[in-house]
Design a binder for this molecule. Structure first.
Ligand code: HEC
Length: 223
């Protein structure tokens, strides 16, 4: 004969647990959690700390590195003929390599988020000269055309890589080509963000016609 107490007991336990579930505060909270959007993770503070403006990086890193590279390989016409200048000793090649590394990595510094064009309170070199943007105007162009800035910084990095590869092959012609590419990129960026409105005075009409020794020389703009 079956004992009637077992089903009754099961029924009581089942009823108790159903009612317990209905009243449970946990059960009321679950749908609320499901519909709450996941909290946006707070971005971790970057491990680096920006110190210099783009202007200061130009002055401290990009310009000295580029000048040293341009100086390390050149062709000069002298009274005695053409003089080629290039690294010869291992130390000279190592020195050129150091400058190429500084230039390449310097371009990464230029494009780090949060980098300012000019330190607060500073002015742009030659500010006030016709065609040169003020620090405020430059900052606006920098913000509006940031993608162009990044593209040109990357182009400079690529020219720097070309320079480094030529140094590693001890290829002075390759270095000259890379140096010429660098020069064009410096100028493109400066024409966009530094002196976009510069006016280059036209050469006199008779330029080149006169054989006089006092003929004016056209001096290339420094980058
Ligand atoms: C991606 C853009 C960019 C590239 C590439 C670039 N520059 Fe600049 N450079 C600037 C800007 C912008 C300024 C103006 C900032 C200022 O002086 O306020 C500047 C300013 C300078 C200055 C003046 C710094 C000072 O003391 O005020 C020098 C020198 C300079 N650049 C050299 C170079 C050389 C050399 C190269 C190429 C090897 C180069 N730059 C490539 C953006 C660039």
């Amino acid at each position: 004969m079956r004992s009637p107490s077992i089903p009754v007991c099961v029924l009581v336990v089942a009823l108790l647990s159903v009612s317990a579930c209905q009243k449970s505060p946990v059960a009321a909270v679950i749908p609320a959690i499901a519909s709450t959007p996941a909290p946006t993770p707070v971005p971790a503070a970057p491990p680096f700390q920006l110190e210099a403006s783009i202007q200061e990086l130009m002055d401290a890193v990009i310009d000295p590195a580029a000048d040293a590279l341009w100086d390390s390989v050149s062709i000069t016409q002298t009274a005695k003929g053409t003089v080629f200048h290039q690294p010869h000793t291992d130390e000279e090649w190592r020195e050129a390599r150091r400058h190429a590394i500084a230039l390449i990595e310097g371009t990464n510094l230029l494009i780090m988020n949060g980098r300012r064009l000019v330190a607060p309170g500073s002015t742009v070199l030659d500010q006030g000269t016709s065609g040169v943007l003020s620090a405020e105007e430059g900052a606006k162009v920098f913000e509006a055309k940031h993608a162009t800035f990044v593209e040109l910084a990357r182009a400079l990095r690529d020219a720097g890589e070309q320079m480094l590869a030529s140094i590693d092959k001890k290829d002075s012609t390759g270095m000259m080509n890379a140096g010429a590419a660098m020069d064009g990129i410096c100028e493109s960026c400066h024409l966009t963000f530094w002196y976009p409105n510069q006016v280059i005075p036209p050469l006199p009409d008779d330029f080149g016609a006169s054989k006089s020794a006092s003929k004016p020389k056209r001096i290339p703009l420094s980058p």
